[in-house]
Design a protein around this ligand. Structure first.
Ligand code: MSP
Length: 526
């Protein structure tokens, strides 16, 4: 991939909830990807935000005697505060109630009305009045024409609406998916979309009535409000539709959960195709990748608020307090549902991974090497020998593998490749036994050469792990004599990954310092 810029997004979150594992997971993996690309030196844009024009926001506000805007303001502020506290490095936070968003959505819808891809029509179907929701014919029959929630009979309702001509884009969508194997990932999701496309596409309503004014009105028709999903999808475009930002489009990756795949892999690209045909909108291309991850479950069971097993913000905060923010990021990245199977948030597994990978491997190896450098070399490193010792080969292999995995969004494997390198350093120490050699003063040079190789390999491992463990790796760099990396990357700064992954960057005389364990081993209280 040779693009010099990179644009990554998360879904924008409904503002009637506090952040939970679903929101924090997607935002964390997007953050890891954004940090990788900044480390790589790319001009990166990372977007998250809130989806505010849902009917339930207006309802929840009314119950509390507030305006929808007040309620949205409070909850959007809480998301922003949470993401800041969790160290997310997003470049902007879009709110769909902001003027910058609303004005552009109006422009796009006006364009689509003008070319006829959005048209006024009538919708008729079974309607659940209590839930304000249309039910498909098949579903209604299954439910015996009664509301599953209130038990009251469904009614036949006819509504004037605006529709998007989705049916006209079935062939183009199929072609896009066939020509671009990475357009929808993982592959199982792409096949799912292709399968459903084979069943044909109907036009979709893109407006609603009776929203009490909460939302964006259809241009020229104040009775109709743009459907919240269409409004929300446009956020990815409205945020960067400005002169200094337009070069970021198209998005390199939209991270989403599998529940919202259809909107992102079918409706969104079709809307973009329609808009991209309008004069002045030729730059509106399709996203390069829609990545739909699976779900978290908890201790082997589906999470639900009523069951009380939901991984909510309180539980997440408790893990951070106990293990540190980076340990949480690591667990989410390594064990998360990036593929097409769900991920299990299990306490015992969290501790197992924390202890084996972070405490016993990464943290321990850094301490070991820094301590030996202090004890045997007075903390001053000789230059790492150039020869093809096993450390160097392991470092080159790990660097190539991790970069390849990061580029392919296989974040778990990227992290594992770096940890493999640390294990190789441990094995090298076991084989060469510098702690025994150090008893013989005549072997000081040999000990120095071994520790210099270890420090070099660890430096490379910590660079590869920084996107996942940004806080702890910055501490490690201070000990390994490369604090300048952290300085370059502060405040969304860019790194020089290719240089930093090259062997032999720690000059002779580099000061190695010792410090407390980066990841203290966790003992479960009895
Ligand atoms: N507002 C829409 C998205 C509009 S994007 C143009 C929305 N918001 S949401 O707040 O309900 O969803 C947030 C995200 O959390 C979704 O991507 C959803 O897949 C994800 N998750 C919700 N529960 C989840 C898990 N248990 N596990 C992982 N992700 C989950 O949908």
């Amino acid at each position: 991939m040779n693009r010099m810029q990179f644009y990554v997004t998360t879904p924008i979150y409904y503002v009637n909830d506090r952040a939970h594992i679903g929101h924090i997971y997607t935002t964390t993996i997007a953050d890891v990807v954004a940090r990788y690309h900044r480390l790589r030196g790319r001009d990166t844009f990372f977007l998250t935000g809130t989806d505010e024009h849902a009917a339930k926001v207006a309802d929840a506000a009314a119950e509390r005697g507030k305006t929808a805007q007040q309620w949205a303001d409070e909850n959007a502020a809480s998301f922003q505060e949470t993401f800041a506290r969790l160290g997310m490095s997003h470049d902007d936070f879009i709110r769909t109630s902001q003027d910058r968003h609303k004005q552009r959505v109006l422009r796009y819808v006006r364009e689509l009305l003008e070319c006829g891809d959005v048209y006024a029509g009538e919708y008729e179907g079974w309607y659940d009045a209590g839930q304000e929701e249309y039910i498909t014919e098949n579903k209604a029959r299954e439910l015996d024409y009664k509301s599953p929630i209130t038990g009251r009979p469904l009614v036949r309702k006819r509504e004037r609406n605006y529709f998007f001509r989705l049916s006209a884009y079935a062939d183009a969508l199929r072609q896009w998916l066939n020509d671009n194997p990475r357009a929808v990932l993982p592959e199982a999701r792409r096949n799912e979309v292709l399968g459903r496309l084979g069943e044909g596409l109907n036009d979709v309503p893109i407006s609603r009535t009776g929203t009490g004014g909460w939302g964006i009105s259809v241009p020229g028709d104040a009775e109709q409000t743009i459907y919240v999903w269409i409004d929300a999808l446009f956020n990815y475009l409205t945020t960067v539709d400005t002169d200094p930002r337009r070069h970021y489009w198209p998005a390199d990756v939209h991270f989403i959960g599998k529940d919202i795949l259809w909107f992102h892999a079918v409706i969104w690209p079709a809307v973009l195709m329609a808009l991209g045909r309008r004069p002045g909108f030729e730059w509106v291309k399709l996203p390069r990748c829609v990545y739909a991850h699976s779900f978290w479950i908890a201790e082997g069971m589906k999470m639900s608020k009523t069951m009380g097993n939901f991984i909510d913000l309180e539980k997440i905060d408790a893990y951070i307090a106990e293990f540190g923010l980076d340990a949480l990021r690591h667990f989410l990245t390594i064990e998360g549902p990036l593929g097409n199977t769900d991920g299990d948030f299990a306490h015992a597994r969290f501790i197992e991974i924390y202890n084996s990978e972070l405490a016993n491997t990464l943290g321990n190896c850094i301490s070991r090497v820094c301590n030996m450098a202090g004890r045997y070399l007075d903390g001053a490193l000789p230059a790492a020998p150039e020869d093809g010792a096993e450390c160097r080969e392991a470092a080159d292999r790990a660097a190539a593998a991790a970069v390849e995995h990061y580029e392919a969004l296989a974040l778990d494997r990227a992290g594992e490749s770096a940890i493999e390198l640390v294990r190789a350093v441990d094995a090298y120490i076991e084989r060469t036994q510098p702690f025994k050699l150090a008893r013989d003063p005549a072997k000081k040079d040999e000990v120095g050469a071994i520790l210099a190789r270890c420090a070099e390999a660890l430096r490379i491992a910590t660079v590869l792990l920084w996107p996942i463990l940004p806080n702890k790796m910055a501490e490690a760099w201070a000990r390994l004599g490369c604090a300048d990396y952290a300085a370059a990357l502060t405040d969304r700064g860019r790194g020089r990954l290719d240089d930093w992954l090259a062997w032999g960057q720690l000059p002779e005389g580099t000061r190695i310092t010792q410090g407390p364990a980066l990841f203290p081993r966790h003992q479960e209280a009895k």
